[in-house]
Design a protein around this ligand. Structure first.
Ligand SMILES: Cc1cc2nc3c(=O)[nH]c(=O)nc-3n(C[C@H](O)[C@H](O)[C@H](O)COP(=O)(O)OP(=O)(O)OC[C@H]3O[C@@H](n4cnc5c(N)ncnc54)[C@H](O)[C@@H]3O)c2cc1C
Length: 295
């Protein structure tokens, strides 16, 4: 198999290099935040500025159609951009990865144009951050067994329950939330997906302190959280199918989208003098050396 660039890919790579040389900020230091704290105001501002620059040039999401702020390009072009970006030490620890890689593509698949025109651009430009609220203490690998319930009340749903391992919830503006809406249906059929503001009354985000000292993940508690039915993603009872859409995008985002930033981070991490257990989260938020996570 030939892994070299085709002529067109080589031209695209050269144009990306030219753009990066002219625009890449020296201020964005991914390595400064490899443990996933991500909360530092300067670090976040630098990430947001860099994201906005990429979005302006169409490089924030190369495969998205131009009308949604992408470049209308292909997956190989995205990998090429990621490779070139990661050579500069950029792009590997993005707080926007879950929103752009998983949540927004799910909205694109199930939501109306008005929803997309409200949420896509702010996410693309790094103005709004999204998280994925699927896993629960008793519903990890068996995510369809989750217990967070949503009960219909007029035009709203009232949500009670708990999520765990929610990457970046502490700095997220919005979340994609999988709930149980029918306790009597077979478990895969009683689920419904919503999106919600993480600032909604009754949402309580508690960072999990890892052995490393960082808090890449959170517990998120929901107490009588009110979500308008208009924020439902897909049909009532269709949540499992919607979740699979998210997870398919996650595979692509995690498996194909890093473009070399994982190995780059590992090299920088392994060159440090502190002892390594080999299980720390990598720059992309993944366990070192795996580039895939259990779902
Ligand atoms: C880096 C990272 C980031 C994450 N970010 C998020 C996020 O943003 N949002 C989110 O919702 N979730 C997130 N998760 C959670 C993740 O997607 C999984 O849901 C979770 O890690 C698995 O659940 P658990 O930890 O409860 O493990 P369990 O489900 O308890 O599994 C423990 C072990 O038992 C094994 N096991 C489970 N069931 C079986 C079975 N039937 N037969 C044989 N073996 C079995 C598993 O393979 C595993 O080895 C993240 C996880 C990681 C590692």
């Amino acid at each position: 198999m030939d892994f070299e660039d085709t002529k067109e890919e080589a031209e695209f790579r050269a144009s990306v290099r030219r753009w990066l040389e002219a625009n890449a900020s020296k201020e964005v230091d991914d390595a400064a935040d490899v443990l996933g704290e991500r909360g530092g105001r300067d670090w976040m501002k630098a990430q947001r500025d860099w994201q906005a620059k990429k979005a302006e040039a169409g490089y924030a999401r190369i495969t998205w159609p131009k009308e949604l702020g992408g470049l209308g390009g292909n997956a190989i072009q995205q990998v090429i951009f990621n490779q070139e970006e990661s050579k500069l030490g950029l792009g590997g620890n993005s707080p926007f990865a879950i929103g752009l890689g998983m949540c927004i593509p799910t909205l694109m698949a199930y939501c109306a144009k008005e929803v997309l025109s409200r949420y896509v651009k702010p996410a693309l430009y790094g103005e709004e951050i999204w998280c994925q609220l699927f896993s629960e203490p008793a519903g990890g690998s068996d995510v369809a067994g989750l217990r967070t319930r949503a009960e219909r009340q007029g035009d709203d749903w009232i949500v009670n329950g708990q999520k765990i391992w929610t990457t970046g919830a502490q700095f997220s503006d919005y979340g994609l939330l999988l709930t149980r809406t029918d306790a009597n249906a077979p478990k895969h059929k009683g689920l419904t997906m919503f999106y919600l503001s993480m600032k909604s009354p009754g949402v309580d985000v508690r960072p999990i302190k890892q052995a490393s000292g960082a808090s890449g993940f959170n517990e998120v508690f929901f107490t009588d959280v009110r979500i308008p039915d208009a924020q439902r993603v897909g049909e009532v009872g269709q949540g499992w199918q919607v979740a699979l859409t998210t997870l398919m995008h996650e595979r692509l985002a995690v498996g194909g989208g890093q473009g070399g930033s994982c190995w780059r981070w590992r090299v920088s991490w392994n060159s440090r003098t502190v002892p390594q257990s080999g299980t720390r989260a990598c720059a992309s938020g993944l366990p070192t050396g795996t580039c895939a996570r259990p779902v």
